[in-house]
Design a protein around this ligand. Structure first.
Ligand SMILES: [Zn+2]
Length: 88
């Protein structure tokens, strides 16, 4: 009858996909990446951006239940916008 609760609904970010979740009694690690169905767009002007590189980065999040340490590992994309000349 019962199933294991999942934190997936808490990490339902638009244009991101959850690659994996590792839970223990006091640590939660959530790995997410960009949804490849969407183009990488400039956050300043909204135009399509070229990619310079991708790298994995880690952010700490607020405690989740008994997990005092919550890490979100995400794929950051660095690029350059030819339209407004901004970098991300
Ligand atoms: Zn731009």
């Amino acid at each position: 009858m019962s199933s294991s609760p999942s934190p997936r609904p808490l990490y339902n970010f638009n244009r991101w996909v959850i690659k994996g979740i590792k839970l223990s009694s006091d640590v939660a690690v959530i790995k997410i990446r960009h949804d490849k169905r969407y183009l990488h767009r400039c956050p300043f002007c909204g135009q399509k951006m070229g990619e310079n590189r991708r790298l994995w980065q880690v952010a700490k999040d607020l405690p989740l239940g008994t997990a005092r340490l919550v890490e979100i590992i995400y794929e950051a994309i660095q690029g350059y916008c030819n339209n407004c000349q901004n970098c991300t």
